[in-house]
Design a protein around this ligand. Structure first.
Ligand code: PLP
Length: 363
């Protein structure tokens, strides 16, 4: 069989070892996964209750997700037709890429960001213009310089995964003013619910000012519903109706729709997750500051640190003691967990990054 040749330059998503496998291999009873930015507090307690109302498994789900659409549009104060739902943002990135990209087009993105933007551009054979981060942040001015009349998409991950950094409303406006109307600017706001920065963009306002802006959000992170696979895009109604042609007819399950709707009703859960995340981030900042471990201040539920040690060694040290983190390039991304989990992973980090260092020096 001869698959498209561009597939051969890519790799399938690597989910890593399952928690059960790691437990068995290492003889551990408890594993804390701080590698996937899942909500450590789970999800709203109201979800299970809502799911019990579903009894017809033989029916297809509502293709338009009407009930969820109505509730979400009201909450965001936008038109219902400005919304598109997908099986998580992973699928949304595919829908967008499939709808817009051709081998003649190019895409502009950061060189160190969410990998799926690049993945789908390669599949569509679009040229990739990857711009290095500046101090861990999207360098919007340099990205702007890469945009020409063939640029289909500018991807901006805000806050950026894996660095946790963000760009401000003023910076986004500058970019939107400079790019051609035919270039779509996508703001991936997967961690929106965790953001506390005052100058973070008000994307709902921007979306109504700029037809070429699309905003992505998900129920996977702050809402704690990663297992259901549901996310959404907000944009210009014409554009949304065109993307709607590319999506699968039943891309979100009835379970996902019902869970998402119940989740929207429990904003107290989001508030609490956000506050606890702030406390968790402080635990990590205090540790990093005390021992001069480089890190980026984060607007997400994760922190990216850049220790000087061998990262694989650090990873192994932690996993053997029950904590899974994610080494990426020159650093390690750690999901902010519950207070105790943070304390423990920090204690382990201190052993391997600080005490170890001293032991080595003195022996
Ligand atoms: C987790 C994540 C996604 C994918 O989220 P799903 O909705 O679970 O598919 C997309 N973008 C970023 C930046 C993410 O971190």
């Amino acid at each position: 069989m001869k698959v498209k040749e561009q597939l051969l330059s890519l790799q399938a998503y690597d989910p890593g070892k399952s928690i059960d496998n790691v437990k068995k291999e290492l003889g551990l009873t408890e594993i804390v996964n701080l590698a996937s930015n899942e909500n450590p507090f789970g999800c709203s307690e109201q979800i299970s209750e809502a799911l019990r109302s579903i009894s017809h498994f033989a029916h297809y789900p509502d293709s338009r997700a009407e009930d969820l659409r109505e509730k979400l549009a009201k909450q965001l104060n936008i038109e219902e037709q400005q919304l598109l739902f997908s099986s998580g943002l992973d699928e949304m990135i595919q829908i967008i890429s499939r709808s817009l990209l051709t081998p003649e087009s190019n895409v502009v993105m950061a060189s160190f960001t969410f990998p799926q933007f690049r993945h789908h551009a390669v599949i569509e054979k679009s040229e990739i213009r990857a711009v290095p981060l500046k101090d861990g942040r999207h360098d919007l001015l340099s990205m702007q310089n890469e945009v020409d009349e063939k640029t289909s998409i500018v991807w901006i991950c805000n806050p950026n995964n894996p660095t946790g950094t963000y760009v401000t409303e003023t910076e986004i406006r500058g970019l939107l003013e400079s790019v051609p109307d035919e270039t779509l600017v996508v703001l991936d706001e997967a961690y929106f619910e965790y953001v506390t920065a005052e100058d973070y963009p008000d994307a709902m306002k921007l979306v109504n000012e700029y037809n070429n802006l699309l905003v992505l959000r998900t129920f996977s992170k702050g809402y704690g519903l990663a297992g259901f696979r549901i996310g959404y895009a907000i944009g210009d109604t014409t554009l949304i109706s065109q993307f709607n042609i590319s999506r699968l007819p039943f891309n979100t399950s009835q379970f996902a729709q019902v869970a998402a709707r119940a989740a929207l009703d429990d904003q107290a859960f989001i508030e609490e997750s956000k506050n606890r995340n702030q406390e968790g981030l402080k635990q990590f900042y205090t540790f990093c500051n005390a021992y001069q471990i480089p890190y980026y201040p984060s607007q997400g539920n994760f922190i990216y640190i850049e220790p000087e040690q061998d990262l694989d060694e650090v990873f192994q040290y932690l996993i053997q003691r029950g904590y899974i983190v994610r080494p990426i390039k020159d650093g390690i991304r750690i999901t902010v967990g519950k207070y105790e989990e943070n304390e423990q992973v920090i204690a382990l980090l201190k052993e391997i990054l600080v005490d170890h260092r001293t032991i080595k020096l003195s022996s």
